[in-house]
Write a protein that binds this ligand. Structure first.
Ligand SMILES: [Zn+2]
Length: 117
């Protein structure tokens, strides 16, 4: 499952960061997911709660910002929002569209709690 391997890599990334800072717990994680990344936010949430069990990220609040994709028509240079790879230009109907953004996936920020609280 695509989302499961992503969830595991998030747990690993925030876990090693928490380790490095001597934190006992990660309380929240903010993610940015592009619409064209192929990641399903609800599915990612579900996988994350399974993947984080028994780790410092267990019970962390996951907030996911979904970003619209953007494409540019290679015929008329119009830019427009896209949700799929095979987008049609709303200006001239061309299918020669290059994707400018929307494939990103990143951990925007995380909040950690120090040991001993
Ligand atoms: Zn066009």
């Amino acid at each position: 499952m695509h989302e499961m391997s992503i969830a595991l890599s998030i747990v690993e990334a925030v876990g090693s960061r928490a380790d490095a800072e001597g934190a006992s717990r990660v309380s929240s994680i903010e993610l940015v997911v592009g619409k064209l990344s192929g990641i399903e936010p609800e599915s990612l949430r579900f996988c994350f709660s399974a993947a984080s069990k028994g780790t410092v990220a267990e019970d962390a609040e996951l907030s996911i910002e979904v970003r619209e994709g953007t494409g540019r028509c290679m015929e008329c240079t119009k830019e427009f929002p896209v949700s799929f790879y095979f987008a049609e230009c709303p200006g001239c109907g061309s299918l020669r569209v290059s994707i400018l953004s929307g494939e990103e996936f990143l951990i925007q920020s995380m909040t950690i709690e120090e040991e001993g609280d």
